[in-house]
Design a protein around this ligand. Structure first.
Ligand code: AP5
Length: 219
């Protein structure tokens, strides 16, 4: 099973990919996570990506496509792959087709998280994670039970992404509208798109995605 989760910043791609990893053993290929790891490590890719990401713009198609190709070759993706945040341009969509074809794979679904953009800025600007275990929190929707202490591992080290501020989120949204939303018709023409209400409760979104995958496995 190879699926793309598509939606603007804060739509819940990472959240739902995480559920699929836990519940189905699929592998999450998040170009955002890969690029952040590259920035942290100070690698040549990270050095190129850092300022672009901080500005809310898109990293080059060649860089992200190469990252995905290398990741697909690690040999641990038999249970299925969730592409999270990739592809984001028509060029990346074409690159993905080629990468899959070269490896004898094909896309099963493009799951579009249908969301109300106005609500997303609040989701993104308010989120933070535990720097130790990665547990996610939100200023309004999910505060730690004891303020300043992680519910899971008791760490007091919390982190916010540098691109999760209102100005940069506005640029990220504009990038999505201009460059990523236009790839949907490519997949619609191939009858691969399934739309899910991304404004529903996280559990309900997960159930809706699960039903789509189960239906595929049953036929
Ligand atoms: P990336 O890391 O991919 O960020 P993004 O697409 O902006 O997505 P987010 O991680 O912000 O949101 P999400 O949809 O995963 O939502 P989440 O589940 O976290 O990319 C970052 C940057 O890297 C880009 O700007 C670009 O520079 C670069 N980049 C990455 N990939 C690239 C590519 N392919 N090409 C070029 N450049 C690339 O949820 C958000 C919040 O909402 C959380 O707090 C969560 O708990 C909450 N939430 C989730 N679902 C729900 C729900 N149903 N109800 C209520 N709250 C919810």
């Amino acid at each position: 099973m190879n699926i793309i989760l598509l939606g603007p910043p804060g739509a819940g791609k990472g959240t739902q990919a995480g559920r699929l990893v836990t519940e189905r053993g699929m592998v999450q290929l998040s170009t955002g996570d890969m690029l952040r790891a590259a920035v942290r490590s100070g690698s040549p890719v990270g050095l190129k990506a850092k300022a672009v990401m901080a500005a809310g713009e898109l990293v080059s198609d060649a860089i992200v496509s190469a990252l995905i190709g290398e990741r697909l070759d690690l040999g641990d993706t038999d249970a299925g792959v969730i592409f999270d945040g990739f592809p984001r341009t028509a060029q990346q969509a074409a690159a993905l087709d080629l990468l899959l074809e070269e490896r004898g794979r094909a896309l099963d679904y493009v799951i579009e998280l249908d969301v109300d953009e106005a609500a997303l800025t609040e989701r993104v600007v308010g989120r933070f994670t535990c720097g130790h275990c990665g547990e996610g929190y939100h200023d309004a929707f999910k505060k730690p039970v004891v303020p300043g202490v992680c519910d899971v591992c008791a760490s007091t080290d919390f982190r916010r992404r540098p691109d999760d501020n209102a100005d940069t989120v506005a640029i990220r949204m504009a990038e999505y509208r201009a460059k990523t939303a236009p790839i949907l018709p490519i997949y619609e023409a191939r009858k691969l798109v399934r739309r899910v209400d991304g404004m529903a409760h996280i559990d309900d979104v997960a159930r809706a995605i699960g039903a789509i995958l189960d239906d595929r496995l049953a036929h």
